[in-house]
Design a protein around this ligand. Structure first.
Ligand SMILES: Cc1ncc(COP(=O)(O)O)c(C=O)c1O
Length: 390
């Protein structure tokens, strides 16, 4: 069994994929070919954002967003400690200071009370200017955008949503990409919408901001080709990756529905035995389910190590995202400001199971039997059929 089965996806889209790749090989416009603009229009339309700007990867997308907001030395940027390193790295590369804050145990996402108190502390200290908040939609579950918006408005902070793991998710009828001033995402192959290499994008409704971000991605380019109007980066999405993403975008909404059904099937079998990530509270809401992540308390189901060993013995891959919070990383620990016990605890308890749109009922039964071990119950039928629609 694969942790993320990209081969099954490729089998589904192969003719379209090959046709699109062949078209790029024929026109040879490998940088900024027509597929890039076509993809940007399709991405913006998919998520309901005014503008999409593609770039080289999700880390650059964060850096470009911060640069477009003028973040630099002396600025404090609030970020969860329980995240991937890229979120903190982009801030540090610009000479600004990440302030690591706490997350909520059940959602893995930012605890807004922790953000509020960190903003007050930084303001009271007076050494840094509270400048921006980066929310992270961890494992594909959107952070609380309304609460983040209210907090940023109250304190005059820029709001950036790191949606590297959540593109495709939907809240109250609005897709991720249209919920923050700037949303960034990653098209790393394992992401819900992944290409066959590195890729990323930024989304905003603000035309002027979009133009600035586009310029930053192209060496700070001005109106004429060799005008340089700001310091920028070389951060472009390759045309071949845009072609791959166009093929994958055709089936992406369906894949999000399949991921939802897989999560529901896991939930039906595991809830009550172990802390599951739950399901969206409202019927039409969707998480992108980049990961399906359990929390295994000490002694539960043996232990996390025991669960991982049972999975391995059954030939089932699993992963721990993340084994160490950012405030304890050797490169960042000098920036830590006091204990973040929930982030610490999550690192000790989380385990992610195989998750992709093409998991079958039989595979899910097999994973759940290995997770539960002696606690396994006869499989209950899922409320949702995983059979592909006719
Ligand atoms: C939360 C988060 N932010 C940013 C990134 C960076 O994306 P990329 O790998 O495309 O640079 C990732 C990717 O793993 C991520 O998970």
């Amino acid at each position: 069994m694969e942790f993320i089965d990209l081969k099954r996806q490729r089998d589904r889209i192969e003719p379209d994929l090959r046709r699109r790749i062949d078209a790029v090989l024929a026109h040879q416009g490998f940088i900024q070919g027509p597929e890039v603009a076509e993809l940007e229009a399709a991405l913006a339309s998919f998520c309901g954002a005014g503008h999409a700007v593609t770039c080289a990867n999700g880390t650059d997308a964060l850096q470009v967003a911060l640069m477009a907001k003028g973040i630099g030395p002396g600025d404090a940027v609030f970020v969860p400690s329980f995240t991937y390193t890229a979120t903190a790295e982009a801030i540090l590369l610009l000479g600004a200071a990440p302030v690591f804050v706490e997350v909520r145990e059940e959602s893995f996402n930012l605890d807004m009370a922790s953000v509020a108190s960190a903003i007050d502390t930084v303001r009271a200290e007076g050494a840094l200017r509270p400048a921006a908040l980066i929310t992270v939609d961890l494992f594909g579950r959107p952070a609380d955008a309304a609460a983040a918006r209210a907090l940023c408005d109250r304190h005059g902070l820029a709001l950036i949503s790191d949606a590297a793991q959540s593109f495709g998710a939907q809240v109250d009828g609005r897709r991720v990409g249209s919920l923050a001033d700037i949303t960034t995402t990653s098209f790393f192959p394992a992401k819900p919408l992944g290409c066959y290499g590195d890729g990323g994008a930024l989304f905003t409704d603000d035309a002027e901001l979009a133009a600035r971000m586009r310029s930053i991605c192209q060496h700070g380019k001005g109106a004429a080709k060799y005008d340089v109007v700001r310091v920028g980066l070389n951060s472009r999405l390759d045309t071949l990756q845009a072609a791959v993403l166009l093929a994958k975008l055709e089936i992406f909404a369906d894949e999000i529905e399949r991921r939802h059904a897989v999560a529901r099937a896991y939930h039906d079998r595991l809830a009550g035995h172990v802390a599951t990530p739950g399901l969206p509270a409202k019927g039409d809401d969707r998480f992108a389910w980049a990961q399906y992540t359990l929390r295994i308390a000490p002694g539960q189901l043996g232990s996390r190590d025991a669960v991982q060993a049972r999975l391995k013995a059954a030939g089932i891959p699993s992963a721990v995202y993340y084994p160490r919070p950012m405030h304890r990383q050797p490169a960042y620990e000098s920036l830590a400001r006091g204990p973040l016990p929930i982030s610490d605890r999550l690192c000790e308890q989380v385990i992610s199971l195989p998750m992709h749109p093409y998991l079958t009922e039989a595979e899910i039964d097999q994973v759940c039997a290995a997770v539960l071990g002696d606690a396994a119950q006869p499989a209950r039928p899922s409320a949702t059929s995983l059979e592909p629609a006719a």
